[in-house]
Design a protein around this ligand. Structure first.
Ligand SMILES: [Zn+2]
Length: 250
């Protein structure tokens, strides 16, 4: 099971985490308007609930439209953006349980199409790939994975325009839901579930991958581990992802 963020439990990723978009965008696979539920328990830090509509010229925090920021008990901070005007049901200072409804998916701020923009900031104030949190309890068969931006998108027809959820560059994201699900590929991630020791180098070797410093640096960057210099904590983090099968390939 993934950790859900929609009460409809049919999350599909429409926009990946990368250097320019340190978040993921999520819709319901039936393009419905589900409620957003808390990924993890935590304390509500910020609520903005009074933004009426879409504003593609907005800057800074205004790009989020209506949003909720939750400081989770695991130490990470989750930000849920573009929520429907007036839909937010939680208050600043309140403790929210994992799975509790916090509002409804919407299109406020700098959004194209209804979607949830989810950011996870870790203890070191680094925005890491939210897939790490979403997939932490899942196996290969039910893992949520990045949408594949392939040539197949040219077969999209214009009726899929409601799925243009990329708020940073709408022209690059014409994938229909069917294409998204056909493109599910577990080879997007590296996995060393059988490796039981404590070395990232040996773990990479055990799956016949490049274990050089330079490759690890690239892997670190792709997985939200900033300024990789081979420190113990960075290596432990990378190893944990690898053992979970959640280490994004580069
Ligand atoms: Zn986004």
């Amino acid at each position: 099971m993934i950790n859900h963020v929609l009460d409809s439990m049919n999350e599909v990723i429409t926009n990946n985490y990368d250097a320019n978009h340190k978040a993921i965008d999520i819709v319901a696979s039936d393009n419905s308007e589900p409620n957003i539920i808390a990924l993890k328990g935590g304390t509500v830090k910020t609520v903005v609930n009074n933004i009426k509509g879409t504003n593609h010229k907005s800057k800074g925090l205004d790009t989020y439209g209506n949003y909720v920021k939750i400081k989770q008990t695991d130490g990470n901070t989750a930000l849920y953006a573009h929520m429907k005007h007036g839909s937010i049901t939680v208050k600043e200072g309140e403790y929210v349980e994992k799975g509790e409804t916090i509002g409804t998916i919407g299109e406020t701020g700098n959004a194209y199409g209804k979607h949830l923009h989810l950011e996870i900031q870790n203890k070191n104030n680094i925005k890491e790939n939210p897939l790490i949190s979403l997939n932490e309890n899942s196996n290969d068969s039910n893992k949520l994975i990045n949408v594949q931006k392939t040539e197949e998108k040219t077969t999209s027809n214009s009726s899929d325009s409601t799925l243009n959820n990329n708020h940073t560059n709408p022209t690059t994201n014409n994938l229909s839901i069917n294409q998204v699900s056909h493109n599910y590929k577990s080879n997007e991630f590296l996995s060393a579930k059988k490796y039981t020791h404590g070395s990232i180098v040996d773990a990479l070797k055990s799956i016949n991958m490049d274990s050089s410093y330079n490759y690890r640096k690239k892997l670190a960057k792709a997985n939200g581990i900033e300024n990789y210099h081979g420190s113990y904590s960075q290596n432990v983090k990378m190893l944990k992802l690898l053992k979970q099968g959640n280490l994004k390939k580069v």
